[in-house]
Design a protein around this ligand. Sequence first.
Ligand SMILES: O=CCCC(=O)O
Length: 453
Amino acid sequence: MKDYQSKNPYNGDILETYSKDTESDINAKLDKALAVETSWANIPIAERCELLTKVADLLLDRKEEYAELITKEMGKPISQSIAEIKKCAWACDFYALNAEDLLADELIATDADESFISNDPLGCILAIMPWNYPFWQVIRFAAPTLTAGNTALLKHAQNVTGCSIALEKLFLDAGYPEGCFQSIKAEHEEIEKLIAHNGIKAITLTGSEKAGKSIARTAGENLKKTVLELGGNNACIVWEDADLKKHMDTMVNARMQNTGQSCIAAKRFIVCEGIYDSFLEQFTEKVKALIIGDPMQKDTFIGVMAREDLAKTLQEQIDASIKKGAIVTLGNKRDGTFFSPTILTNVTVDMPVFEEETFGPVAAIIKAKDRKEAIEMAANSRLGLGSMLFTEDIDGAMNVISDIPDGGFFVNDMVKSDPRLPFGGTKASGYGRELSREGILEFVNKKTVYIKK
Ligand SMILES: O=CCCC(=O)O
């Protein structure tokens, strides 16, 4: 009996089984990473960028193959899997083009003849990544982090072990030296030991709040830096002057893409009274029209959830909210891993669908009496990944930017990640930033250099 199974959540087919790495397998991988650390750190950044360009090319050449693997392992509709791979190539190209500038010494005038910050690599970084964007979550960490001269060990979610292995091969095929990027199949106990090991210099985790606390605790005991991206309960605020016709597809996409399994999805729709009825009518119509079906079909927009237990958890959150007075306006049908796109109205701030992150295709809609109340409700969350506001009043939107203490604020668009912009949260959504200049500088030693001649 193998330890891990890759199982297609759409039809239950067992795709592959895998044995967990033993302690000595993991130590051997760490040794390999440590053996290459110095030579990798010392090659010119431009050469590392060339390799990254090769990764981008391979991603595009192999996009169908990788997309199929994603779809089969976690159920993402195939067109969205292809889009995920293209986005990975974009991030690689972005860093291949910009890393030299982003990592350049920062000169600072002082009493010294020369003083500057040198952005030196840290060494081996442990990445713990989730299944919902199995390539993207990894590439957005790996592209900048490796290019900064670090090496990486990836502990991926069990249900996407095939993707994890494919990612390791991708870097090798692109020409990265052995040991630069390796995937491990490990459990919590081995991860704790790795974090404590001197060879691991920092940890990045995208995952649940519970996992974040546990990893941060162990990392803290060992004085290791962490970057944590722990999910969100993003508000989609709709002021009474919003252009619904123009933005309705975006608002639906913001909730329903990836079958609702995205940390940055719009989870709480906070809609001003004056536009509530039109919003609900248009939103419901669009959600009803989403194509549900086999994730391998290119027109499918809503596939299945990645695991049955996730669908059950979503059901519990909905049931508990209905008990408190939420009304099912659409959907709420579950069958195994399938969950129909669901709209809940009459939502109040004390319901699980408002207070907790819902990781599936359910939109919780709440009425606000005015703009001010809408902003206050949006800010009322333990999580702080991002929020979006739809309005024609751009000055009014600019005035409320600092009223919601989230990591991102998007006006007339959905919260989305972009290699050029920092990505990350506040409060229980975690800390640290990925992507952009901030992302590549998370895992460097900002060394102060001071020279008197
Ligand atoms: O689940 C969160 C990440 C989604 C994204 O970066 O687009």
